[in-house]
Ligand binder design. Sequence first.
Ligand SMILES: [Zn+2]
Length: 502
Amino acid sequence: MLSIIDSGSLHGIDALPIQVEVNTGERGELKWVIVGLPDAAVKESQNRVFSALGNCGFMLPISRTTINLAPGDLRKVGPIYDLPIALAIISATQQADLSLASDFLIAGELSLSGKLRFIPGAFNFALLAKKMGKKGVILPLECAHLATYVEGIDVYGMEHLSDCVAFLKRTKTVEPLKIPTQESTPLITNDLQAIHGQQILKRVVEIAVAGNHNLLMMGPPGCGKSMIAKCIPDLMPTPTLDEWLEILKIQSACGLHPETSQRRRPFRSPHHNVSDAGLIGGGIIPQPGEISLAHGGVLFLDELPEFKRSVLEMLRQPLENGQVSIVRSNGKLTFPCQTLCIAAMNPCPCGYFGNHQRRCTCSQRQIQQYRSRISGPLMDRFDLQLDVQPVDLSSFRESTPKGPSSAEVKKRIVSARKLQMERSHSCNAYLSAGQIEATCQCSQAHLVWLQNACQQLQLSARAYHKVLKIARTIADLEASSSVEQKHLMEAMQYRCLDRSWK
Ligand SMILES: [Zn+2]
């Protein structure tokens, strides 16, 4: 007898429909055949399903059984078909009437005892189920809560194969899961006030977040570069529902377990030996990389010159476009990656060049070699560049003011972002050269001053526009409609590394 269960397969960050077909009672000796481009994990599924069925008191088929995962031209990976295969076998061998299953999209990995295990893509499968017009999804309880964010379908989280069968036989009632309650604003876990001194760095971080400007910090070890980077997600505006769902879609497809009680922006800090595919995305069935996992949040690249040159060069395009395209013989996949890139590096291999507290032991050649690992064009992608000074030890005295708290800074950032959205529907960092000139409302005299300053410092036309963008953001933080000379002057200070890269 033939039985069919609807399931799905992850293709990048989208789920595609898969039908699990099981046919039992075929002529020939007892044999299980799985067809439809299965990978090793899918082929092993028969052993898990075999044990789970036995341990839950079900009979195994006694004749030749064919399991087909359709469509046949789509590669299937992972153990997510265990549950639909087990249910289809129970139905095909007429051990239970599971006709209710046609209302659902079903996916889940089985343990040998029949317990259901976490699978990636719960949210993505729920989106697919909605698109297919299903009443709901049946998923392992461990990951099902992510699916509740998809409106208009019922999400059933199950712990055990027996629970699923009882539910589909209508001998057990199970209530659909409810969307978890969320705090309206996420709690601040890393506060700026915990960092002593570094007032200039804090100011630059505020500007970076307000206009979504990528930032490169160059400074000695222990000056607080990593600490301040960790504060950044909490400074960003709380994600809107649409932004939050997009973040969930990527994180869920990659098998991450984002905390759902708070809408927290991601913070990704890949190690410097990350591969091209690990950072940008890739694989046989392309998966998003770190840059996409940081979508809507922060990508922190510590020790920037230690990353492979090829990896860094691949970053350029995605940072500019806000999306990654991966081309394969069977088509192109695109992943979003609108992220704030924060990079940190030492000024030289030993870390103490230009430091008045300790002497640098590197030769001129070593320093040059170290810095040349970052190309000019990549350098250009960082709107803000700051030479961070070591922490002044006097800032540890109790009487020293600690500067504004993260909550205060966030408030200013939210207002500045609101102005940008009202004016041009995008953050200042994403404005084109023409747009930025139009939105600056700078007097002619100020523009001439800036052009002269750029000429004297031998800055490129691109750098000129970047200074304008940053000045626009600084003016937005003050709620000033026009860009004044003081804004331009401050912005000029944050292009300090342009000259040392010539
Ligand atoms: Zn040195």
